[in-house]
Design a protein around this ligand. Structure first.
Ligand code: NAD
Length: 255
């Protein structure tokens, strides 16, 4: 992908995780200023130091995106140093399991349900609410929401809270694309399949191997493959694409 993001600010949530860090690398590699938000403070500081040493313009802020006030503080700190977000990547997401298994409706503690709603869905509203005024003012912007194929098709590996939040992002993506189109802001999503990141370690390896067997390309994906699709949606090449959620799944759970 040959796109240049020089002069643009990208804000990425969950930026220290497997897919988030690949997205950060992809954008700094093409000249963007990147703001990283994650609650892993030690990991975030290490990434920030490494990228700054390599000459990139980045700022990490530790924050729990489940809280609006924390999102606002993080967004404002990044905007003060790097400028407002031209591209927002709502990447953060959690998929809790108990002993490697997704809890069923009668087993699930309401607190776990509420946490997944807050991290996977509420944070996307909070961050988009905070970032869009700058994009509207500039009459340009990109919002990219990290859904999942588990939000489009039934997937027995994840629990209902995760599927509900990732399906919710499909609706948000379409709705916000309609609201923001007149300001030349596109809103799209990505629906990764099974991607090799720390998130996968929550289930036994046999489950991930079984997914690879029923994936058309016969393997799991890499974070870099999701990052490439993210860069495409953020690029000028995708300027007439909006309200879409692109599978990056190697042909697993095709919809
Ligand atoms: N890995 C996959 O197979 C896969 C498949 C489909 C979709 N996704 C989605 O891709 C996104 C990234 O997943 P990943 O595999 O890189 O996960 P990951 O677990 O490697 O990274 C998630 C990151 O989010 C951070 N985080 C978690 N809760 C937070 C909170 N409350 N506040 C701030 N930061 C928080 C973690 O510290 C971590 O750095 C998620 O939305 C996930 O649902 C992943």
């Amino acid at each position: 992908m040959n796109a240049s993001f020089a002069g643009q600010t990208v804000v990425v949530t969950g930026a220290v995780g497997g897919i988030g860090s690949a997205i950060v690398e992809a954008f700094v590699g093409q000249g963007a200023r990147v703001g990283l938000i994650d609650f892993d403070e030690a990991g975030g500081r290490a990434v920030e130091a490494r990228l700054r040493a390599a000459g990139h313009t980045v700022k990490f802020v530790a924050a729990d995106v489940a809280q609006f006030d924390a999102c606002k503080r993080a967004y404002d700190e990044i905007a003060a140093e790097l400028g407002g977000a031209d591209i927002l990547v709502n990447n953060v997401g959690i998929s809790p399991k108990t002993n490697g298994r997704a809890l069923r409706v009668w087993e699930m503690p309401p607190a776990e349900w509420e946490k997944v709603m807050a991290v996977n869905l509420n944070s996307v509203f909070y961050m988009t609410h905070l970032a869009t005024p700058h994009m509207i003012e500039r009459r340009a912007g990109r919002v990219i929401n990290m859904s999942s194929v588990a939000g489009k098709a039934y997937c027995d590996i994840v629990a209902a809270h995760y599927a509900a939040t990732k399906a919710g992002l499909l609706g948000l993506t379409r709705h916000w694309a309609a609201e923001l189109g007149e300001f030349n802001i596109t809103v799209n999503g990505l629906a990764p399949g099974r991607i090799s990141t720390p998130l996968l370690k929550s289930v036994p390896q046999e489950i991930n191997d079984a997914v690879a067997r029923v994936t058309a390309l016969k393997r799991l994906g890499t974070p870099e493959e999701v990052a490439d699709a993210c860069v495409f949606l953020a690029s000028d090449q995708a300027r007439f694409v909006t309200g879409q959620v692109l599978d990056v799944a190697g042909g697993w759970l095709m919809t």
